[in-house]
Design a protein around this ligand. Structure first.
Ligand code: NDP
Ligand code: GDR
Length: 367
């Protein structure tokens, strides 16, 4: 973790540092000797659990991890933080990142995910940092939405299917536009789904591993799911943040698809997780009446509340360009990742079960 004394450390600014990717990226950059600044939102309770282990007391000399209050909806705040920190690299990972929630809050999602990106690019330009600051935009496989080609690559046409994806489409193109218009080093990583034990509890993989771990410990009775036949190309967040950094180390800014090239269904992920917990699942019924039984207990049911107004049924990425040009390959398989997530959620469920057995109340619900 020490920095060679004769080199000036690079400075990175991460929006969304308190999220899944932000926390792994901050760890990765600190390991590389960077000074890391992150933007966190003011909340009524602590929201830094994912980065608490790398927190450094700002009163200590040479602290290399710094958090600033801010929000992607506030351009004056963003401009000031960028001016103060003079970053060599900005990673724009902050977003209202939940696709289903974007149907509930479309305007907010457009503001933060779409306009937020413009606000940062404009700040770089206004501050005259176009030639110094490199910019990474967290683009998404959701841009492909109603897929036009299988597998999806950098040249596949976009067809977004949610307010989230439409907002990210704007962010994608404004990043390309600022690269072309102002010669900025600005690029998009078109990342397919990536998960980890730090994944938010309401995304499908974590909802499954956490819900089934709770059921195995008697903390919950049933897991309620939406469309379990959706197909996704899942990788591990640790592999994907490495690629985010690699994309900013090239001579020329370019956009890359980041994926594993392998696709599975939500149903398969449920089955792997259950098997990992020693629960053999048996499916009965069809459509909304389908039920997953463990012995005679119905532990997985379908709740149409989790269906989306417009669904992305299938995503499968082609990461050939990243492999050829950057030498990137994912190191962790989806099965290994599922195992890790189940183990982590089972450890937590065991703690909760112990608390409950000793008379403490535990909230295990997931929406
Ligand atoms: P998370 O939801 O885990 O993290 C999102 C981060 O953005 C959190 O730190 C959150 O803060 C912050 N944030 C939310 N709203 C605002 C706001 N108004 N102003 C400033 N910060 C805000 O997402 P991931 O880490 O999984 O994803 C990182 C990025 O990559 C996102 O942009 C996502 O859309 C994109 N992406 C993710 C993929 C994935 O599979 N994980 C795939 C492709 C793209 P808080 O902690 O306070 O909520
Ligand atoms: P996604 O991830 O929408 O692909 O966006 P999510 O894990 O939410 O859903 C994946 C698929 O699972 C289906 N599904 C359910 N999803 C949730 N959340 N809850 C359920 O109960 C459920 N049942 C079935 C969904 O319908 C969907 O088809 C994620 C986010 O991280 C985005 O920010 C990112 O851009 C994309 O991945 C790539």
């Amino acid at each position: 973790m020490t920095i060679a004394s004769n080199t000036t450390p690079k400075v990175a600014l991460i929006t969304g540092i308190t999220g899944q990717d932000g926390s792994y990226l901050a760890e990765f950059l600190l390991e590389k000797g960077y000074i890391v600044h992150g933007i966190k939102r003011r909340a009524s309770s602590f929201n830094t659990a994912r980065v608490d282990h790398i927190y450094q007391d700002p009163h200590t000399d040479n602290a290399r991890f710094n958090l600033h209050y801010g929000d992607l909806s506030d351009s004056s705040n963003l401009t000031r933080i960028i001016q103060q920190t003079q970053p060599d690299e900005i990673y724009n990972l902050g977003a209202q990142s939940h696709v289903a929630v974007s149907f509930e809050s479309p305007e907010y999602t457009a503001d933060v995910d779409g306009m937020g990106t413009l606000r940062i690019l404009e700040a770089i330009r206004i501050l005259g940092l176009e030639k110094k600051t490199r910019f990474y935009q967290a683009s998404t496989s959701e841009l492909y939405g109603l897929v036009q080609e299988i597998p999806q690559k950098e040249t596949t046409p976009f067809y977004p299917r949610s307010p989230y994806a439409v907002a990210k489409l704007y962010a994608y193109w404004i990043t390309v536009n600022y690269r072309e218009a102002y010669g900025m080093y600005a690029c998009n990583g078109i990342l397919f789904n990536h998960e980890s034990p730090r994944r938010g509890e309401t995304f499908v993989t974590r909802k499954i591993t956490r819900g089934l771990a709770n059921i195995s410990m008697g903390l919950e009775d049933c897991l309620y799911m939406g469309n379990i036949d959706a197909l996704r190309d899942w990788g591990h967040a640790k592999d994907y943040v490495r690629m985010q950094w690699m994309m900013l180390q090239q001579d020329q800014a370019e956009d890359f698809v980041i994926a594993t090239g392998v696709q599975y269904s939500v149903r398969q992920f449920i089955e792997w997780s259950a098997a990992e917990l020693g629960m053999q699942l048996r499916w009965e019924g069809q459509g909304v009446n389908e039920v997953g039984y463990w012995n005679d207990k119905p532990i997985v049911k379908i709740d149409p509340r989790y269906f989306r107004p417009a669904e992305v049924e299938t995503l499968l990425g082609d990461p050939s360009k990243a492999k050829q040009k950057l030498g990137w390959t994912p190191e962790i398989t989806v099965q290994e990742m599922c195992k890790e997530m189940v183990a982590s959620d089972l450890a937590q469920a065991k703690q909760h079960a112990l608390l409950k057995a000793n008379g403490y109340s535990v909230n295990v619900s997931v929406e």
